[in-house]
Design a protein around this ligand. Structure first.
Ligand code: ATP
Length: 299
């Protein structure tokens, strides 16, 4: 096994993967620093799971390079794998094990596991520790998946849509758990459809569409890309008025001058990641339509 010297915990260059006619991953590049939480955001079928599973060593790639902890995932050995925590999109087959049996059993695979009972508590399953996994609700089953992903004290944690099926309280608890892991220095690659989750947890976000990264940056940087999305709204003649502007301060000053001071019902909404994400996907869809109209390869 060849170990490369790498500054990044995860690095991906020119990654490509096709399934028949579908180019699922079409030249993806990114690097994730040690201790960073990096989110892949994108619509269904964008290629997020394919990228993640290539990095986990579960899928082969057609082209490009990939390294996780300095190792090509296609050639990772047991020691390399023991440093990864993986929460797949699909459930693991756990037979009829109870929660406690499953977590204790998985702890045995790792050289320095966390305390199984602590992990069960951290994911909020203490009351269910004697329940068979087949009898758990969807959200509880997902929590068990998360428990199995973190039991080995991973250096790199892959979370593929980890909070699907969680109620809002469970999602908040999960975020706290992840923040604790971040504070311990765990590197995290998260895929999610929940923009709020990416905004809350991720240091950087890559928006992926049709197998390509269409934008990458911190949630604040992505927000800054589309200043034109800042919305200023106020009440005038009994109705709500609003404008979208790149210069909210100027608009507020003009309104204030016009109203001679206080502006009734004034509000300024900075663009949230959700607005940015939707505008990026709109742009990508327009590009795809143009490709198609020109007879290009619109995949
Ligand atoms: P989702 O958010 O729905 O999970 P995703 O962004 O994770 O989507 P992928 O699962 O990576 O997307 O799929 C990317 C594309 O590749 C899709 O068009 C999908 O249909 C296709 N694809 C994925 N896995 C396979 C496979 N095993 N065989 C054939 N096509 C596949």
């Amino acid at each position: 096994m060849i170990t490369h010297v790498s500054e990044a915990a995860i690095s991906v260059r020119g990654l490509r993967k096709g399934y028949g006619d579908v180019q699922a991953v079409d030249g993806v590049d990114f690097e994730i620093a040690f201790g960073e939480c990096f989110a892949l955001l994108g619509p269904n079928g964008a290629g997020k799971t394919t990228v993640t599973e290539i990095l986990e060593g579960y899928r082969s790639r057609d082209d490009g390079t990939a390294e996780v902890l300095g190792i090509d995932p296609g050639h990772g050995d047991r020691h390399w794998r023991s440093q990864l925590g993986i929460v797949l999109q699909s459930d693991r087959d756990l037979g009829d094990l109870t929660v406690a049996e499953a977590v204790h059993h998985f702890a045995g695979y790792y050289p320095d596991p966390r305390d199984p009972d602590e992990v069960i508590k951290a994911v909020g399953l203490t009351e269910k520790h004697k329940s068979r996994n087949l009898k758990l609700s969807g959200g509880q089953r997902r929590r068990l998946d998360v428990a199995l992903g973190i039991i080995g004290r991973p250096r790199v944690l892959f979370l593929d849509e980890p909070t699907t099926g969680f109620d809002p309280e469970a999602r908040r608890d999960f975020w706290e758990l992840i923040e604790g892991l971040k504070a311990e220095g765990t590197t995290i690659l998260l895929t999610t459809h929940y923009l709020e989750e990416a905004e809350h947890l991720a240091d950087r976000v890559a928006v992926i569409a049709r197998g390509r990264v269409v934008a990458c940056g911190s949630p604040a940087e992505l927000g800054g890309r589309t200043r034109g999305l800042t919305r200023v709204h106020w009440l005038e003649d009994g109705t709500l008025h609003d404008v979208r502007t790149e210069e909210p301060t100027r608009v507020v000053l003009e309104l204030s001058a016009r109203f001679g001071g206080e502006v009734p019902g004034l509000g300024v909404d900075r663009a949230r990641l959700e607005d940015v994400y939707l505008s990026l996907l709109d742009g990508d869809r327009e590009a795809a339509d143009e490709d198609f109209a020109q007879g290009g390869d619109a995949e």
